[in-house]
Design a protein around this ligand. Sequence first.
Ligand code: NAD
Length: 368
Amino acid sequence: MASRKLLLLPGDGIGPEAMAEVRKLIAVMNAEMNAGFETDEGLVGGCAYDTHGAAISDADMEKAMAADAVLFGAVGGPKWDAVPYDVRPEAGLLRLRKDMELFANLRPAICYPALAASSSLKPEVVEGLDILILRELTGGVYFGEPKEIIDLGNGQKRGIDTQVYDTFEIERIAGVAFELARTRGNKVCSMEKRNVMKSGVLWNEVVTATHKAKYQDVELTHMLADAGGMQLVRWPKQFDVIVTDNLFGDMLSDVAAMLTGSLGMLPSASLGAPDPKTGKRKALYEPVHGSAPDIAGQGIANPIAMIASFAMCLRYSFNMVAEADRLEAAVSAVLDDGLRTRDIMSDGMTEVGTVAMGDAIVAKFRAA
Ligand code: NAD
């Protein structure tokens, strides 16, 4: 039996509630499908600060580095609003991303047919939508130096951020985009602002060269990132994989998120480079939502974003494509049956809590 090492970091607020539903799936897969998951647990965020005085301990960081994949819940909450900046809950997630060198952030935007009516766009624009935004996560303007506020001495200050990309950073994210496209609709649209930014000119050149060298079977188009934002809202189904930098990816993935309805539905994955020896990529899977302190502890959180993040883990870390398809189909089937958590509730549907939603998905998954 294959051994698959998973580290679970449930975190704060609704993180543990959502993670509990994934634990059920792992148990079923181990007991009935011989999946061989070995799970370990750790603390991240406010709960780690309370226990260790840090947003993630060195020991848990070591576990993350040794795992095949990390499943992350959510961090933060008002209890920790005043803790020192270096140990704030989000610092745990940032350390994981940095130390694991997770440079590729995958944010799918999938609109389940049963939820098309709850999007802010017309149902025909979003129904059946299945696109993937790939955001470069470790470079660009969020990290470039200089990054400072300087006093100009004349009563004025100057805020400086630096957008900077090297060839290798663009090559590796472009490679991930083309490889992902091959497993989906075989189309990549690269977005930058080459009309006004030198980093955009280089981005465009390197993506084009990477395509020419290794991925000519994939269809490549380029779009200016502002026009891309407009097209995402006008007719999102024209896209398959969108690849873009850290800043534009941050914004475009949030726009794409809203096409599909609730935050409680949105999974994500962050991947590193393949290990030269094993070919395995470091990987972290997490829902897009936060710890939702306003509903934590009430048993009403939507576990679908966390469960769909686990489906991504099956697909991208363990190549368990059939199981991932089956889990995503189980989510869709439960929605077709009319079950809804409060965040996605609409007239005529049946409102259920976190546990009942998780149980229904597990039941459909087992039955499929
Ligand atoms: P949030 O995503 O936690 O919540 C926003 C709104 O969406 C809330 O009304 C919440 O109830 C609702 N919501 C979110 N997920 C839901 C779910 N699964 N089911 C039902 N409803 C859901 O964002 P926020 O309120 O801006 O932040 C709350 C805390 O989470 C803050 O401390 C913030 O720093 C942190 N945060 C953490 C992450 C992360 O862990 N990756 C991401 C964003 C925010």
